[in-house]
Design a protein around this ligand. Structure first.
Ligand code: PNS
Length: 166
């Protein structure tokens, strides 16, 4: 049978329970999910590409059908090189729609063979974003239930020094 593989791209700085929720939903539909971590020096991420990849690998270490790689350049090119014809993205709210609509249609223009597949996360994550998670962590707030415990610990380590400087 045809192997259905989806690429799930993002910055994942860091991965949150919202991303994990989308990946788990995706696994009901696709045989394999390739998590593609954007390597973008312009975005000045809190975690290095290596750290972001490693954190995600640890979370999915017992799931053979989830793979993690970093990528740079065009997403559609990366998808093709990895034999995936679907890009999976999560939609939290209407506010996500405009950007995602542009991204999906630009990707279609670049490669008409690649389709974008959208899914909604559990409503309890609809307010969640990596940027807010970083801010809450920096200000000493509790992230229980929003990111895996291992990620919360790493966030605390990373943000501790910047918090002290405030
Ligand atoms: O988690 P994010 O930051 O919302 O993810 C954005 C991402 C990585 C999906 C997007 O920036 C991307 O695909 N970048 C790769 C460059 C690319 O292909 N650009 C043209 C598509 S419009």
């Amino acid at each position: 049978m045809h192997n259905r593989k989806a690429v799930y791209p993002g910055s994942f700085d860091p991965i949150t329970n919202g991303h994990i929720d989308i990946i788990q939903r995706g696994l009901k539909i696709f045989d394999n999910i390739l998590i593609a971590v954007l390597e973008n020096p312009n975005k000045r991420p809190l975690f290095t590409t290596k750290e972001r990849v490693k954190m995600i690998q640890e979370i999915f270490s017992d799931q053979k059908n989830v793979e993690v790689k970093s990528f740079h350049g065009l997403l559609v090119r990366f998808a093709k090189e990895n034999n995936a014809k679907v890009v999976m993205r999560g939609l939290r709210a209407i506010s996500d729609f405009e950007y995602e609509f542009q991204l999906a249609l630009m990707n279609r223009k670049l490669d008409p063979e690649i389709e974008t597949f959208f899914m909604m996360p559990n409503v309890k994550y609809s307010f969640l974003s990596s940027n807010l998670v970083k801010e809450v962590s920096m200000l000493g707030g509790c992230l229980k239930g929003l990111v895996p415990e291992a990620i919360e610990a790493r966030l605390k380590n990373k943000t501790y020094n910047s918090y002290k400087k405030l």
